[in-house]
Design a protein around this ligand. Structure first.
Ligand code: FES
Ligand code: FES
Length: 347
């Protein structure tokens, strides 16, 4: 039987709203995320998606003038509303021009992934308050995460929006050393025009849906995967651990890498991927995984460090004795002595 989510996904409703001053009409599920409607139906890829969960703020847009996470707004909630994305900020008067320049001058747009969300959040603040305090700026942009700048440059850029300073794109001959430069690729980042990997999907590209363990720990067996592919038009393949070339594990530090791409026969946590169904985008979008041929045998989970360190605890990874990844020792010397003897100290 179709789930409520499935039924909602299958309904296509015309939804009308205004985006960046223009009327837009899309036919989509009322439950579709506004971020997806903007990016995939309307091609406004300046709005980024980092988490799809309301955590990162990369998808922040203005909805009737208020900043919202577009990934948490259902398309139906946008009916009749005025949406502004980063691509439309330029229409909101000279303030945005100053804000863009300030971001470039202060190096506030680095990789640029957070920049559209930051610019939207800052615009929402500055349209109400042209001379905010530092705390007000921090509050306003607090819902948007940045992994590059340490936030200081962004806060300074917003505070200095009326400063009117802008850097020369190229310093005069002989003046380059010690001079700040505007990033050569900065402009696209502050207009939302920069294209990232997730912003361009080749026509006809296949997509995947991961099949994930519904228990904290479980053994699993697949049924006939070839028959599943053959019986489901639009599905091209099912990938499992057997399809991973080389070692089925990944991690940032190779010695510690122990996370498999797909679990093999036993899944260690709820949500661990055991397979991926590959197929046409519209088929995968509507795929009901209730029919996927996998059977689960729930096992007692290890939910705490103490559970995992108990002498009779099952091994989470066969090659990690006592469920310990690494043991180490940190030794601290005499800090005061080292400072006293240092040639130079800085505070
Ligand atoms: S993508 Fe919307 S908050 Fe992260
Ligand atoms: S500039 Fe890279 S995340 Fe903010």
């Amino acid at each position: 039987m179709a789930t409520t989510e499935q039924r909602l996904r299958d309904v296509q409703t015309p939804i009308r709203f205004s985006v960046n001053g223009r009327c837009a009409s899309v036919s989509t599920s009322p439950a579709q995320r506004l971020s997806r409607v903007l990016r995939e139906d309307l091609g406004l890829t300046g709005t980024k998606v980092g988490c799809d969960a309301g955590d990162c703020g990369a998808c922040t847009v203005l909805l009737d003038g208020e900043p919202v996470c577009a990934c948490l707004v259902a398309a139906a909630q946008a009916e009749g509303c005025e949406i502004t994305t980063v691509e439309g900020l330029a229409q909101r008067g000279p303030l945005y021009d100053k804000l863009q320049k300030s971001f470039l001058t202060h190096g506030a747009a680095q990789c640029g992934a957070c920049t559209p969300g930051m610019l939207i959040a800052a615009t929402a603040l500055l349209e109400k308050n042209r001379a905010p305090t530092e705390n007000e700026v921090m509050d306003a942009i607090g819902g948007v995460l940045c992994r590059c700048t340490g936030y200081r440059k962004i806060i300074t850029a917003v505070l200095d929006v009326e400063g009117g300073r802008s850097l020369q794109a190229t310093p005069d001959a002989g003046q380059a050393v010690g001079n700040r430069l505007v990033r050569l690729d900065g402009q696209g980042k502050v207009t939302g025009a920069e294209i990232y990997g997730a912003d361009e999907i080749p026509a006809g590209a296949l997509v995947i849906r991961a099949v994930r363990c519904p228990f904290h720990r479980a053994r699993f067996r697949f049924g006939d995967l070839d028959a599943y592919v053959a019986e489901n038009p639009g599905i091209s393949a099912v990938l499992t651990a057997k399809d991973v070339p080389g070692e089925n594990r990944y991690g940032v530090i190779s010695k510690f890498a122990d996370q498999p791409v797909f679990a093999e026969s036993e899944a260690r946590f709820r949500g661990e991927a055991v397979a991926a169904v590959v197929g046409a985008a519209d088929v995968i979008e509507r795929l009901d995984l209730a029919g996927f041929p996998v059977s689960w045998e729930e096992l007692p989970p290890l939910m705490t460090i103490d559970d995992a360190l108990a002498p009779d605890a099952p091994r989470v990874h066969v090659d990690r004795k006592e469920n310990v990844l690494v043991r180490g020792r940190v030794v601290c010397g005499d800090v005061d002595k080292a400072l006293t003897e240092a040639d130079v100290t800085a505070e």
